[in-house]
Each structure stands twice: as C-alpha cells, then as structure tokens.
Design a protein around this ligand. Structure first.
Ligand code: ZN
Length: 133
C-alpha cells in the first residue's frame, strides 16, 4: 500500500456538498463523474497528495442510497493506492480478508478498484485503487 489515495464521503445532495466542500477546502472540484454500474455520481477534490471523493446515489437501489439510509451521510470508505491491484487482492485473500470484488473493476477517476468487506476490516469499507495505465 503506497498511501491513502482518497476518502470517500457519502452525500445526499451532490450540488450542495460540492458547494460546502469548495468553501471548506478552498478549492473547486476538479472532476465530476458518474459510475453507472455503481449507481453513483462522484465529485473529486484535490489537496496536494490527497483527494476527497464525494459520492451521491443516482438511484434508490444504489449502495450509496442504502448506506445513507442506514447510517446517514458521512465517511463511506478509505481508499489505498496500490502498485499492483491483482497482487494485493491475492495477498489479502491469502491473509484471510474478505473481498467484495475478487477481481479488480473500473472505478471513477481512471482507476481500477476493489473493495474489502468491512466485516473483515474492523468496520471500515476499504477500497484498493490503482491508476489505469
Ligand atoms: Zn473511492
């Protein structure tokens, strides 16, 4: 694991959250991107090496809609940058972690991603991400 790539924050209203975070971080989002397969629309802010990813649901069955229903808005996941996502998936599976995605899949921001189940990571949804070449 190289670094924390970003923190994912679940929000109800992306436009309102964009405004709030623009003021809070004193920078505008550099990218807004829908991930249709996940039923989410995302917005990214960059501060030096770190990013904040805002996530809003695009339909009521989206995992983000379900998360907000259960736990309210707030921190949704932590994403770690990795050099070789397939090797990390294999390593973590061998260590007994439960992977939600047993193979990497395309995510937002030109990444390949895979999620670990929070029940094997002390309640934290962990995302592995690797820049797509
Ligand atoms: Zn993420």
């Amino acid at each position: 694991m190289n670094k924390i790539e970003h923190l994912g924050i679940a929000v109800k209203d992306l436009e309102a959250a964009n405004k709030l975070y623009s003021v809070l971080l004193n920078t505008k989002p550099y990218k807004q991107e829908a991930v249709e397969s996940e039923g989410v629309i995302t917005s990214f802010f960059k501060m030096g090496e770190s990013k904040i990813e805002l996530l809003a649901a695009t339909n009521p069955d989206s995992p983000i809609a379900k998360f907000i229903e259960k736990r309210g808005e707030g921190i949704h996941h932590i994403a770690f940058d990795v050099t070789d996502i397939d090797a990390e998936i294999s390593r973590l599976q061998a260590e007994g972690f439960e992977l939600i995605n047993k193979t990497s899949k395309p995510g937002a921001d030109n990444k390949l991603i895979a999620f670990l189940h929070p029940k094997s990571t002390g309640g934290v949804l962990v995302e592995l991400c690797m820049e797509r070449k």
